[in-house]
Design a protein around this ligand. Sequence first.
Ligand SMILES: NC(=O)c1ccc[n+]([C@@H]2O[C@H](COP(=O)([O-])OP(=O)(O)OC[C@H]3O[C@@H](n4cnc5c(N)ncnc54)[C@H](O)[C@@H]3O)[C@@H](O)[C@H]2O)c1
Length: 346
Amino acid sequence: VSPLRVALLGYGLAGRVIHRPLLQRVPELALTHVVTADPGRQAAARAEVPGAQVLTSAEQLWQCADAFDVVVVATPNDVHVPLARTAVDLRKAVVVDKPLALSATEAATLVAHAATAGVPLSVFHNRRWDSDSLTARDLLADGRLGRVHRLEARFTRFRPQVQQRWREEPGSGGVLLDLGTHLVDQAVHLLGPVRSVYSEVQELRSGAVVDDDAFLALTHASGARSLLWCSAAAPWTGPRLVLQGSAAGWAKQDLDGQEAAQRDGAEPGPEPDGTLWDEAGTHPVPSRQGDWAAFYRGFAGAVLAGRPVPVDPQDAVEVQRVLEAARRSSGAGEVMRLEGPEAALA
Ligand SMILES: NC(=O)c1ccc[n+]([C@@H]2O[C@H](COP(=O)([O-])OP(=O)(O)OC[C@H]3O[C@@H](n4cnc5c(N)ncnc54)[C@H](O)[C@@H]3O)[C@@H](O)[C@H]2O)c1
């Protein structure tokens, strides 16, 4: 029945700034429950989501399971799996923010559990709907770049002081699991499955106890390569996304504007052009507008009309396999091979 009633778990950066405005924009969805223990955030939720029930714990939410249809998990990473598992057991369609789990094995177990239960599960890999990803897909599809042999992507910040927060603590934290998830998903989405990984994962900042800087070199099954940088310790950053092909190269400079706009309660402005280089010179390339709401339009279609979920959760498992291989590579100083699904069948 439309609109689907959505319960949002967590009202921090992700819940409040990223998911709420998107959920409020999609007519097939109604945000009816918000769960957060923090009194300040509860007050914010009451003001920003009129009519929603604001609850203090997941346990409270599970007790009114008849009152909602969809669960969105936007909590710290360590509770993604237990919360999503309970939602599946209650037969609620589930969206889990990235990373799906703390490990590939844990992710795969959850995906299998949802599949067995016949419950729609998707993972919020929203950066597939960034301006740069959408424009890159168009360029790959129209062939203007020729044969694309390399992708470069950066998602870096400069936060020289280590802070006391779960993101920077052992267990859930680290830049690889945080920003690396976005970069690897984007690379796989654009250039296909990964067959080997070389990586350097470091703690650069004074007092850092989890990784705050990582470089990954992926070789895709196609032979193309992706070079990816994520960091909390990068004073300088290069272009957000670059594609190098046999006929032309293309770059988009800056991070998509949706998060910044949603933080300000504004509509994102037009995205700056990218640049294409070919033998004739340089050419501006209009950038597609980012569209994170597409994820939720797709998810509503999956639940209401039985269409495929917008992000296959198996993709999130594959991303976590790549990240784990990256960590092993960095530890061993060696290239790690990943077996493809066809190897598992052999
Ligand atoms: N896809 C994206 O663009 C994006 C951006 C930011 C964060 N995230 C992801 O969103 C998640 C949350 O990140 P954040 O920055 O919002 O964190 P945060 O610390 O700002 O907020 C976390 C929220 O979860 C609540 N919470 C904690 N434990 C809970 C539990 N057991 N049950 C219910 N609620 C609980 C907290 O009270 C808080 O409201 C992380 O997994 C992160 O990776 C994704």
